[in-house]
Design a protein around this ligand. Structure first.
Ligand SMILES: Cc1cc2nc3c(=O)[nH]c(=O)nc-3n(C[C@H](O)[C@H](O)[C@H](O)COP(=O)(O)OP(=O)(O)OC[C@H]3O[C@@H](n4cnc5c(N)ncnc54)[C@H](O)[C@@H]3O)c2cc1C
Length: 353
C-alpha cells in the first residue's frame, strides 16, 4: 500500500495531525494500540489560560486559544459531536497570602478576577480565604474526540490497530516502509511511549505520573471547575474528575494507595457534601525538560518526525503545533523555531539506529 504519511499514535497529537493531513487530501495510515490509560484518556481536558504558583498567563496562550477554538469547532462540525464546554475555574485560596497574590495578579491579567458570589458556595465547601475566578476556561472531551476520530479512521480504512513493531521499519532519506506500506514520512505521536522509540528516546523528556479519582458527588453543582489543591471537574455520566498529582520519581504507572488516601482526606476536609470514589487511574504526562513541545525531523533520519512533548497542556498546545506540523508537511512552511527538535541535533546525532 502507498501512503503519504504514517502516523504512530492516535492520542491528541496523532488525532489532530491526521485530521489536518486527511483534510488536505493526503493518504494517511494511523497506527495505534488502544490504551485506555493513555494520557489523553485519563486527562480532564482542561484549558486554563493561567499557570501555576506564579499565577501568570500560560506561555503563548493568546496564540494557542484561537487555533484551539477553530480546530475543535471544525472537528465538532465534521464529527457531529460536542467536545468543548466553556467553564470558569474557581480557585479556593489556602492562605490569606495566596489570596493577596491572586488579587495583585488580577490587576495584570484579564483572565483573573475576584469571585464575588462566595456565599453561594457555602453549602458545598469549607473555605476561609476567598476565591478567585479564572475565565474563560474550557473542558475538551478528549475521549469523545479520540473515539469519534478513531471510528472515522476505521471507516476509511486508515487505522492499523496494533503496537508499532520497530523491527519492521525500514527508513531511508527518501521515505519509509512498514509492513508493506510505503510512505514519505513517519510522524511519531506516541506520547510518553516515546521512551521506547529508538529514534527519539534520547530527547530530554521529563515524564511525570498523574493520578486521578473519578468520584460521585451527587449534590455538587456542575457549573464550574473547583480547585483547592485538587481540581473537581464535571466528567462523564454525571460523575466528577478529581485530580491530579504530579510525580517525577515514579517507578510504575499503577494507581497508588498514597495518592488515594491523601486525595480522599483533602476531599473530606474541603467538601461539606457526601462523595464516593468510583475509579482510580494513573497515566504519564509527556512533559519535556525545557517545557517546550518536540516538533520536527530527526537530523540523521529526515523521513522520521515527531509531534510530542505537550506535557500537562496538550489541549491548548497540540492544536497549534499539529497545525504548524501539518502546514510544514503540506506547504513547506517553517516549523515553529522554539519547538523544533533542531535544538537537540547534537543529542539526536548519537542515535544508533
Ligand atoms: C492525569 C493527567 C491529567 C491531565 N490533564 C490535562 C488537562 O486537564 N489539560 C490538558 O491540556 N492536558 C492534560 N494532560 C496532558 C494531556 O493528556 C497530554 O498533553 C496529551 O494527552 C498528550 O497527547 P499525545 O497524543 O502526545 O499522547 P497520548 O495521549 O499519550 O497518546 C499517545 C497514543 O499513542 C499510542 N501509542 C503509544 N505507543 C504506541 C506504539 N508503540 N504502538 C501503537 N500505539 C502507540 C497510545 O496508545 C496513545 O493512543 C493530563 C495528563 C494526565 C496524565
Amino acid at each position: 500500500m502507498q501512503a503519504d504519511y504514517i502516523i504512530l499514535g492516535q492520542g491528541l497529537c496523532g488525532t489532530l495531525l491526521s485530521y489536518h493531513l486527511i483534510k488536505a487530501g493526503k493518504k494517511v495510515v494511523v497506527i495505534d494500540a488502544f490504551n485506555p490509560f493513555s494520557a489523553g484518556r485519563v486527562a480532564s481536558g482542561l484549558i486554563n489560560p493561567v499557570t501555576g504558583m506564579r499565577v501568570v498567563k500560560s506561555w503563548m496562550i493568546d496564540d494557542f486559544l484561537p487555533v484551539a477554538d477553530a480546530t475543535y469547532a471544525a472537528l465538532e462540525r465534521q464529527l457531529g459531536i460536542n467536545i468543548v464546554t466553556p467553564y470558569s475555574l474557581l480557585e479556593f485560596h489556602a492562605t490569606p497570602e495566596i489570596h493577596n497574590t491572586y488579587r495583585e495578579r488580577a490587576l495584570q491579567t484579564s483572565y483573573l478576577t475576584e469571585y464575588p458570589d462566595t456565599a453561594s458556595l457555602d453549602p458545598y465547601f469549607n473555605f476561609n480565604f476567598g476565591i478567585s475566578e479564572i475565565s474563560p476556561c474550557s473542558i475538551i472531551d478528549m475521549r469523545s474526540l479520540q473515539n469519534a476520530w478513531r471510528t472515522a479512521l476505521q471507516e476509511s480504512g486508515s487505522l492499523l490497530e496494533e503496537k508499532f513493531d520497530w523491527s519492521q521499519l525500514n527508513a531511508t532519506s527518501g521515505g519509509i516502509t512498514y509492513k508493506g506500506i510505503t510512505a514519505k514520512k513517519l510522524i511519531c505521536c506516541e506520547g510518553s511511549a516515546a521512551m521506547e522509540n529508538p529514534y527519539f528516546s534520547l530527547l530530554p523528556f521529563a515524564l511525570n505520573k498523574g493520578e486521578v479519582l473519578i468520584a460521585d458527588i451527587p449534590d455538587l453543582p456542575r457549573t464550574h471547575i473547583f480547585k483547592h489543591h485538587l481540581k473537581i471537574t464535571p466528567w462523564e455520566d454525571g460523575l466528577s474528575w478529581v485530580g491530579s498529582s504530579f510525580d517525577w520519581k515514579y517507578t510504575d504507572l499503577l494507581p497508588s494507595e498514597t495518592f488515594r488516601a491523601k486525595a480522599e482526606q483533602q476531599l473530606e476536609s474541603w467538601l461539606k457534601i457526601p462523595f464516593s470514589i468510583k475509579e482510580h487511574w494513573a497515566a504519564s504526562r509527556p512533559a519535556t525538560v525545557d517545557h517546550k513541545p518536540f516538533t520536527g525531523f530527526h537530523p540523521l533520519h529526515p523521513a522520521i518526525g515527531i509531534l510530542n512533548g505537550m506535557g500537562a497542556k496538550g489541549c491548548s498546545q497540540a492544536p497549534y503545533f499539529a497545525y504548524n506540523m501539518a502546514q510544514h508537511l503540506i506547504e513547506g512552511t517553517d516549523l515553529f523555531a522554539e519547538t523544533d527538535i533542531k535544538r537537540f541535533t547534537k543529542i539526536l546525532s548519537r542515535t544508533t539506529v
